[in-house]
Design a protein around this ligand. Structure first.
Ligand code: SF4
Length: 231
């Protein structure tokens, strides 16, 4: 467990629970999606990937017609296309596409989660909902191996990670490509979110996204080399 030391303001980690209904608004919204769209899973979405990874990718929240429908983060809508292609390109996924929660895809030393586990209306969780879900995020963050990398997809994910770790957000400004050294040899790398809006407006290009994952791979290789050399 890489991050035992946290401030008293950080939430206590809690194992993910797919029946959580702590946020009334979101619980009703996802339950409503089950009725409105038969076949949609319509529950809190679990993280996907290995349980103790060197790479953790943190998004904002499930998309109504994506992860909320399929039950796997970034699966079923546009946002996952670039993410899984890029994970595969840098050796973090066994294939370039995530089609369904029960397909053959595996993540390799990586895990994907969201700051908020229930799909929010207009993709906008409320601050209280982000705080409520932070206990599940804490569980994923604690599982990242020492020397690991956390990629934040967007400012909300960035701030949720820092708040969950009990670190001051003012000490770690968000910017695409920014790299932050955290306690326990962890590295936080920021990226614009790979949403349809960001990619179609070219606020985020393929090259910009690849730069983030190339940096993550470089950091991990440097750390592994240091471990081998007994640093
Ligand atoms: S957003 Fe998180 S805390 Fe809120 S109901 Fe969903 S799983 Fe529970």
């Amino acid at each position: 467990m890489a991050l035992e030391k946290r401030t008293t303001t950080a939430p206590v980690a809690r194992a993910f629970c797919s029946t959580c209904t702590q946020c009334d608004r979101l619980a009703q919204y996802v339950a409503g999606s089950r009725e409105k769209y038969p076949g949609y899973r319509g529950l809190p979405v679990p993280a996907f990937g290995v349980s103790a990874p060197h790479l953790l990718v943190v998004g904002l929240a499930p998309g109504l017609h994506g992860a909320n429908a399929t039950g796997r983060p970034f699966t079923g809508d546009h946002a996952g296309l670039l993410l899984y292609q890029t994970l595969h390109h840098y050796g973090f996924a066994s294939g370039p596409q995530s089609l369904r929660a029960d397909d053959e895809l595996r993540l390799l030393d990586a895990r994907i989660t969201n700051a908020v586990r229930c799909a929010p209306p207009q993709n906008k969780p409320l601050p209280a909902e982000i705080r409520a879900c932070a206990a599940f995020l804490a569980d994923d963050l604690l599982a990242v191996k020492e020397g690991g990398v956390i990629i934040a997809l967007g400012r909300v994910a960035h701030e949720s990670i820092l708040n969950t770790l009990g670190l001051a957000t003012r000490a770690y400004g968000f910017a695409h490509g920014a790299t932050h050294t955290l306690p326990h040899r962890l590295t936080l790398i920021d990226s614009y979110h790979c949403s349809r809006y960001n990619t179609q407006t070219r606020r985020l290009t393929v090259e910009m996204f690849q730069t983030v994952f190339a940096k993550a791979r470089e950091v991990l290789q440097t750390h592994q080399l240091a471990v081998r050399q007994g640093d």
